[in-house]
Design a protein around this ligand. Sequence first.
Ligand SMILES: [Zn+2]
Ligand SMILES: [Zn+2]
Length: 134
Amino acid sequence: MQLTGACLCNAIAYEFSCTGNEVADYCHCRQCQKSSGAPILPWVQVPPQNFRITRGHAKPYASSTHSTRWFCPDCGTPLYMTDHANRSVGITLGTLDTPNAVHPTVHGWASERLTWFQITDDLPRYPQAPPYDL
Ligand SMILES: [Zn+2]
Ligand SMILES: [Zn+2]
């Protein structure tokens, strides 16, 4: 399926294709908490060639030595993340135009979960990055 998304102010839009078998995770890591201001940030990982920006220019922030987070410089929305090895693009599920189209299937970085945020589902939990992660 072909999915689209945009930031809060709509200056930046993207599209990507996915099969429905991609890994989608709730990330509990400290960096996602900081960049979103929320206890978790849900992502879907797709091959870089399946993703493209269709409007505007996101601003990069090198959040680690091997990954870059891209956000809207006007409204601050975290949109996607790339890795230096160009393995995959992570897209924030909350920015999809159809945000119910992809469901998270795992919890990543559960070791950094905020104590007041309770996980009540039975999805697999990884203390650090899920196997696919950046
Ligand atoms: Zn924006
Ligand atoms: Zn994270």
